[in-house]
Write a protein that binds this ligand. Structure first.
Ligand code: HSE
Length: 442
């Protein structure tokens, strides 16, 4: 006997919550046909109504815990975000024997190990497709579609707000604060937008992807994190002149020495597909030993794109529950929450950023006189760093200094930092030496 109706408790009716409610209502028939049962929101927990969702026919509680303690509810959809109330709510739902679907990347990244264990102990599931890369089914791709592969590396634009800001600044010359404000109005940005611009949101997402790819526990504190707030428009322009675009990437790579886990602005050759993913779109490249390079692209934030991923999890659960009911709870297999059986997940050494090898873009301000270039190149030469491209711009009228832009070959970051320190201390070099990592993603 199949489950005839799955009752959803929706906690949070903001940008994503209203999207989930509206899509479930609008596509109810289609979703029922896919899920094998009716999927209905029967109880909403929200501090206030949302004019974008007509919830007049649904029970609404101002106390969100009323939803997780409602005996009728089969699945709790947590869309309030954060790691305080949301964590208590999710743990309570799991302890009450309810499955949880969440879009909360901070919760999964920071508390996932604990939350998943509570779920296992209560024989229920936590599903989190919407936590990474918005509407792109990247969790399903890594856990299921690529299950045959040894993942070698993955790299992604995984913060929609950041990509929106970079695109608008680069293409239209708009000011950072102005674009960030628009991203907030469009519902892309986090409640605390520093999470977007300082790379914290991307780090939350990267640790989830890396755990799924490499069977490691979730340890977000091990990620090297640099945001986009210090990027200057002139570097975006100089990079373009040299044939690159700057994207904020999350990169996880398995090397013999350890795992690289890093989030930072990155120059990418402009002919790579991922270099041309603009606006709120996200993209994740995954390289598997069997499949080779794969690329997943789609909206990384926003109401209905994120709802699309949330509802995909809801439909998976409905199918699972229908199957459990059909087989009287026997013989059910399900996809492990982190893509590997828990016993296979092992701590692995994570490389400090100083040990990571990349190429670099450098910009410095030097006095416009003979011998300067030779001083700089000698330092690089002694450090074993070769220069792939070097551009000395024209001095601005009246200025005695010129901007010098370089692309180097690959070197360990520690080596580059030591060379930069020497260069910055040359009397002919003024101010700081700007450095941005370069990845070929070939
Ligand atoms: N603030 C996030 C972003 C929302 O801009 O990508 C989606 O996780």
């Amino acid at each position: 006997m199949a489950v005839k109706k799955m009752k959803i408790g929706l906690c949070g009716l903001g940008t994503v919550g209203s999207g989930v409610f509206n899509v479930l209502t609008r596509n109810a028939e289609l979703i029922a046909a896919r899920a094998g049962c009716e999927v209905t929101v029967t109880h909403i927990g929200a501090r206030r109504d949302n004019p974008n969702a007509d919830t007049s026919n649904v029970k609404v509680s101002r106390d969100i815990f009323a939803v997780v303690n409602d005996d009728e509810i089969d699945v709790v959809v947590e869309l309030i975000g954060g790691t305080t109330v949301a964590k208590d709510l999710v743990l309570q739902a799991l302890s009450n024997g309810k499955h949880v679907v969440t879009a909360n990347k901070a919760l999964i990244a920071e508390c996932g190990n604990e939350v998943f264990e509570v779920a296992r102990n209560n024989n229920v599931t936590v599903a989190y497709e919407a936590a990474v890369a918005g509407g792109i089914p990247i969790i399903k791709a890594l856990r299921e579609g690529l299950a045959a592969n040894r993942i070698e590396w993955l790299a992604g634009i995984i913060n929609g707000t950041g990509n929106f800001i970079l695109t608008e600044m680069g293409d239209k010359g708009r000011a950072f604060d102005d674009v960030l404000k628009e991203a907030q109005e469009l519902g892309y940005a986090e409640a605390d937008p520093t999470f977007d611009v300082e790379g914290i949101d991307a780090a939350h997402k990267l640790v989830i992807l890396a755990s799924l790819a490499f069977a490691m526990p979730l340890e977000v504190e091990k990620i090297f994190t640099e945001g986009i707030s210090k990027l200057e428009t002139r570097d975006v322009d100089y990079a373009a002149e040299l044939g690159y675009r700057i994207k904020h990437l999350g990169i996880a790579r398995k090397t013999d020495a350890g795992v690289e886990l890093r989030v930072h602005p990155t120059l990418i050759p402009k002919d790579r597909l991922i270099a041309n993913v603009d606006g709120v779109m996200n993209a994740v490249m995954v390289w598997g030993d069997a499949v080779g390079p794969t690329l997943y692209n789609g909206p990384g934030a926003g109401s209905e794109p994120t709802a699309s991923a949330v509802i995909a999890d809801v439909v998976d659960l409905a199918r699972l529950l229908s199957a459990a009911d059909d087989s009287e709870g026997k013989g059910i297999t399900c996809v492990p929450t982190m893509g590997f059986v828990p016993e296979a997940i092992k701590e692995q050494p994570v490389l400090p950023i100083e040990a990571v090898e990349t190429a670099f873009y450098l910009r410095l301000t030097a006095e416009d006189k003979p011998g300067v270039m030779s001083d700089i190149t000698q330092i690089f030469s002694a450090a074993g760093i070769s220069i792939e491209a070097l551009v000395q711009k024209e001095p601005t009228t009246g200025e005695a200094t010129v901007p010098v832009i370089m692309i180097t070959n690959k070197t360990r970051e520690g080596n580059m930092l030591a060379a930069i320190e020497q260069i910055a201390s040359l009397p002919v070099v003024q101010g700081e030496v700007v450095r941005i990592r370069v990845e070929s993603l070939g």
